[in-house]
Design a protein around this ligand. Structure first.
Ligand SMILES: Nc1ncnc2c1ncn2[C@@H]1O[C@H](COP(=O)(O)OP(=O)(O)OP(=O)(O)O)[C@@H](O)[C@H]1O
Ligand SMILES: [Mg+2]
Length: 263
C-alpha cells in the first residue's frame, strides 16, 4: 500500500508544482511507482512541467462523472514508465468533487502506486481541504519572505485545528540571507513556527532555466537540488537525516585580509 502526500501553500508561486513534479520524477527515476495529481482545478501546470500537455485526454472530473475509466485518466510518462499524471480538470470547479469521490480515487491509487503526490493550488479552498483530510501527509511549501512565512503559519494552525500534522518545505532559500542575518536558520524558523521541517531547497538558476525548457528540477543538473530531493524522499520514508545549517566559511588569514580589503 502506497502513501499519499499533498503540497500546499498560503502564498502562490512558492514552488509547489516545481517541487512536487521534481520529487515525482526523482522517485520514478529511483524505480518507485508514482502518480502525481494536478489538484489545481481550472489552472493546471503539471502537464506542461512534465512535457505531457499533448497527452491529456481525460481528467478527474471525467472520472467522477463516469465519462471514462480510472486508467484513461492516468497519463504515462514516455521517459519514466513508472510515472503517471492525473489532472484535476480544466473546466472543473472544486464543488464538482465530493469527499467520497476523492477518497475512492486516492484509495485505488494507493493500491497501485508507491507514492501518490497531489499538487494543490494556493490557499485553503474547498478542494484543498478535501485532499488535506484524506491524504497521509501534508507539506506546506514556503519561501523565505515574511508573507509566505506568515501564510504558512496560518495554514498550519488551521490544519492543526483539523487534526493534521503538516510539515514544511522551504524553497528558494539563500544561505547568504542567513549569513547576513536577514533570515533565521531554517531549523530555528521551523521551531519558532512549530512546523517540522522536511527539506530546504536553495534558489537555483539551473532549476529556473530547466523549467523554461520544459524540464523538471530533477533534470536540472543542480547537485544541491538533486541531493535534497534524495534527502526529502528518505525523510518521507521516516529516515532522520540532518537538515542544512548555514555557517560562515572558515577563512584563513590571507582570505580574511582579502575579504577585509574587498569590503
Ligand atoms: N528553488 C528554485 N529556484 C529557482 N526558481 C524556482 C525554484 N522553485 C521554483 N522556482 C520557480 O518559481 C516559479 C513558481 O514555481 P511554481 O509554479 O512551482 O509555484 P507554485 O507554488 O506551484 O505556484 P501556484 O501557486 O501558482 O500553483 C517557477 O517559475 C519556478 O521555475
Ligand atoms: Mg502550482
Amino acid at each position: 500500500m502506497g502513501k499519499s502526500y499533498l503540497f500546499i501553500s498560503g502564498k502562490g508561486g512558492v514552488g509547489k508544482s516545481t517541487l512536487s513534479a521534481a520529487l515525482a520524477v526523482f522517485a520514478a527515476q529511483s524505480g518507485k511507482r508514482v502518480v502525481i495529481i494536478d489538484g489545481d482545478m481550472g489552472l493546471r501546470s503539471l502537464d506542461l512541467m512534465l512535457g505531457l500537455q499533448d497527452l491529456v485526454l481525460y481528467d478527474m472530473a471525467d472520472l467522477v462523472k463516469r465519462r471514462c475509466s480510472l486508467d484513461q485518466t492516468l497519463i504515462k510518462h514516455p521517459d519514466f514508465p513508472t510515472l503517471h499524471l492525473m489532472v484535476g480538470g480544466q473546466q472543473a470547479r472544486p464543488k464538482d468533487f465530493n469527499k467520497q469521490d476523492v477518497q475512492k480515487i486516492l484509495r485505488t491509487l494507493k493500491k497501485r502506486f508507491d507514492l501518490v503526490l497531489v499538487d494543490g493550488p494556493a490557499g485553503l479552498g474547498r478542494g484543498v481541504r478535501i485532499f488535506a483530510e484524506l491524504v497521509d501527509e501534508v507539506f506546506i511549501v514556503a519561501t523565505p519572505d515574511p508573507i509566505a512565512i506568515r501564510s504558512a503559519e496560518k495554514m498550519a494552525s488551521q490544519l492543526y485545528a483539523a487534526g493534521a500534522r503538516p510539515q514544511m518545505l522551504l524553497n528558494r532559500m539563500s544561505p547568504q540571507f542567513v549569513l547576513d542575518g536577514a533570515f533565521d536558520q531554517p531549523q530555528n524558523l521551523s521551531f519558532a513556527l512549530d512546523i517540522p521541517l522536511l527539506g530546504v531547497f536553495e534558489e537555483s538558476k539551473p532549476l529556473y532555466e530547466a523549467a523554461l525548457q520544459g524540464k523538471t528540477a530533477a533534470q536540472a543538473g543542480d547537485e544541491g537540488i538533486t541531493a535534497e530531493l534524495q534527502n526529502v524522499l528518505h525523510r518521507m520514508e521516516g529516515e532522520d537525516l540532518p537538515l542544512p545549517e548555514y555557517k560562515p566559511e572558515k577563512l584563513n588569514v590571507f582570505q580574511r585580509i582579502w575579504k577585509w580589503l574587498e569590503d
